[in-house]
Design a binder for this molecule. Structure first.
Ligand SMILES: [Fe+2]
Ligand SMILES: [Fe+2]
Length: 119
């Protein structure tokens, strides 16, 4: 589970759909293929963060990097897709500022979806 009763899969699908919508609606001209791949894989960390374990004690800070590494290994994503995944928790991860439009869109869409799921 991700937030509340929403699965990680459904959360990622929502972030991908909202990212697509934001990009089209606001005519932001992000690269759609990279945007959707990164959005779908942004939380591909592959563990249950509700179960306390030393390996993901700082889940909020560490999972973007874990997700990016998993996505590289399993799907061979590009470096710009990995960048977008690694920066999606900004400003929590203060030094990982999104560098491209795809990253900014996913960062925003993730927060909107998370708030919607928690409420
Ligand atoms: Fe995340
Ligand atoms: Fe997320």
């Amino acid at each position: 589970m991700q937030h509340g009763s929403t699965s990680t899969y459904d959360h990622c699908k929502s972030v991908a759909l909202l990212s697509f919508w934001i990009n089209r609606r606001l005519r932001l001209r992000a690269r759609e293929h990279e945007l959707i791949r990164a959005a779908f894989l942004h939380d591909f960390y592959l563990y249950d963060w509700h179960i306390p374990e030393e390996s993901h004690r700082l889940h909020g800070f560490s999972h973007p990097h874990t997700a990016a590494e998993n996505a590289k290994r399993v799907f061979g994503i590009s470096s710009s897709e990995a960048d977008a995944i690694e920066s999606h928790m900004w400003p929590l991860t203060i030094t990982k500022v999104p560098r491209r439009r795809e990253g900014w869109i996913i960062c925003l869409a993730d927060k909107i979806c998370a708030i919607r799921e928690i409420i």
